[in-house]
Design a protein around this ligand. Structure first.
Ligand code: PLP
Length: 448
């Protein structure tokens, strides 16, 4: 079985230098929130795969839905004026679950494709709707929105661009929201929010709001470090975007489908996006699917574009795959019937109270928690907000020590991200946090 590790897989988001020393983890099976590798070792996956296996790794109702869908119609495309019944039913159910705020659904096969698609739709809408100058997209430092050329351009994380001839020149970059790291000494949360919203305003005004097509943002940044916004941030941003007439696209690829305790993360913050992009949790990770829920304006613009351009020159073979659609419908049913939002509220409290105990480690500067997302910020001196030298790779060491203890987490620099399956119970949260504590202590001790 060890031979598997040497097979020629290109691992995404992986430092291939590290892999010359540490073998990749090859997983053979899953059970609840646990996975087992090919050597029989068990791990709690506290990242839910790649922020996507929201119901764990052995949900029988999702497996049954996929099996039934395979028996009925194993392949079809959503193109050329044709699609599968499951795909149409899913679109209707999504629109209904979103409370009538959106008018149509475009299906792709991934989050990147959803984000890429919404960019193209925004430009199409501007071009055919008398606003061809509206090309710029407002995007935040530390943001992550996928890896295709347009989606990767939006990223505010340098390694998404370095070596790839990116970013393309269509962004207005504005500050991230990270109070703990970015506030000035003595600055209150309200003052900090006012300052970054003021900077956002200045940057949009400098670019010219008439040149801006939209802002694309995650309600809570996940890959950027699980950055939970202070209470005042989104209300102030919503006012700013309304004032400058900039539509919001809520990137819900991680935040959607229960992760923040609602169908969509924007609902938690009372936002009114013009469109939302989803993927990952839409099928709880059991089949590849992405989608864009389009509001009235974008829906009408796509319809109107036919008068200018005829055939919509955009689509993909696997978008809205019938089996993925059936799985997503089953997932929506499970979320409703098993009261997943209530479970997430309990999970949030459990994560919050148990992670807070890590604050008595001097190298833990902050813990953040919202819904089923959490982060532990590692600092050389947490109180003085003095970061570790990034060269020391403390985050990576903690993740490696966690793995050695049977726990999968993600190191985002020196932030340890947690995104456990939404079904994670109290005992399992305790186990995650106790393994994480041991991993932090071991990594720092080994380092000292
Ligand atoms: N948008 C956000 C917010 C994401 O976190 C991700 C992936 O992590 C994407 C888009 C891209 O999704 P995918 O990996 O399915 O292409």
């Amino acid at each position: 079985m060890t031979g598997l590790a040497t097979r020629p897989v290109v691992y995404s988001f992986t430092d291939h230098r590290v892999h010359r020393q540490e073998p990749p983890l090859i997983i053979a099976e899953g059970d609840g929130i646990r996975v087992r590798d090919v050597g029989g070792r068990e791990y709690i996956d506290a990242l839910s795969g790649l922020w996507h296996a929201n119901l764990g790794f052995s949900e029988p109702d999702l497996i049954a839905a996929a099996t039934a869908a395979y028996a009925e119609l194993p392949a079809f495309a959503c193109a050329l004026g044709r699609t599968s019944a499951e795909t149409v039913l899913l679109a209707e159910e999504l629109l209904q679950a979103a409370g009538g705020k959106f008018r149509s659904v475009y299906f792709g096969a991934s989050g990147s494709e959803a984000v890429e698609s919404v960019l193209k739709f925004l430009w199409l809408a501007g071009n055919t709707g008398g606003a061809p100058a509206r090309k710029l997209i407002v995007t935040r430092d530390s943001g992550f929105h996928g890896t295709t050329l347009g989606a990767a351009t939006l990223a505010g994380i340098p390694r998404q661009h370095d070596g790839f001839d990116l970013p393309l020149p269509f962004t207005v970059r504005v500050p991230r929201v990270h109070f703990y790291r970015d506030h000035l000494d003595g600055e209150s949360e309200d003052e900090y929010v006012a300052r970054i919203v003021r900077t956002t305003r200045e940057r949009i005004l400098a670019a010219g709001p008439e040149n801006v097509a939209a802002m694309v943002a995650e309600p809570v940044m996940a890959a950027g470090g699980v950055l939970v916004p202070p209470d005042g941030y989104w209300p102030a941003m919503a006012r700013l975007l309304a004032e400058l007439d900039v539509p919001l696209v809520s990137d819900e690829v991680v935040c959607g489908f229960g992760r923040l305790g609602h169908l969509f993360g924007y609902q938690r913050f009372g936002l009114e996006p013009a469109a939302v992009t989803v993927a990952k949790g839409i099928t709880a990770g059991y089949a590849p699917l992405g989608a864009v829920l389009l509001g009235a304006d974008l829906t009408a613009a796509i319809a109107a574009a036919a008068d200018t351009h005829g055939v919509l020159g955009h689509g993909s073979t696997f978008g809205g795959h019938p089996v993925a659609a059936a799985v997503a419908r089953a997932n929506l049913r499970i979320i409703r019937e098993r009261k997943i939002y209530e479970r997430v509220a309990e999970l949030e409290t459990l994560l919050e109270t148990s992670l807070e105990e890590l604050l008595n480690l001097p190298v833990v500067g902050e813990v953040r928690c919202v819904g089923g997302l959490a982060a532990v910020e590692l600092m050389a001196d947490g109180v003085a907000r003095r970061p570790f030298d990034p060269e020391r790779g403390i985050g990576r060491r903690v993740a490696a020590e966690a793995r050695a203890r049977g726990l999968i987490v993600r190191d985002l620099g020196d932030v340890i991200a947690l995104c456990p399956p939404l079904i994670t119970g109290a005992t399992e949260v305790m186990e995650i946090v106790s393994k994480l504590r041991a991993a932090i202590v071991a990594a720092v001790t080994e380092e000292a």
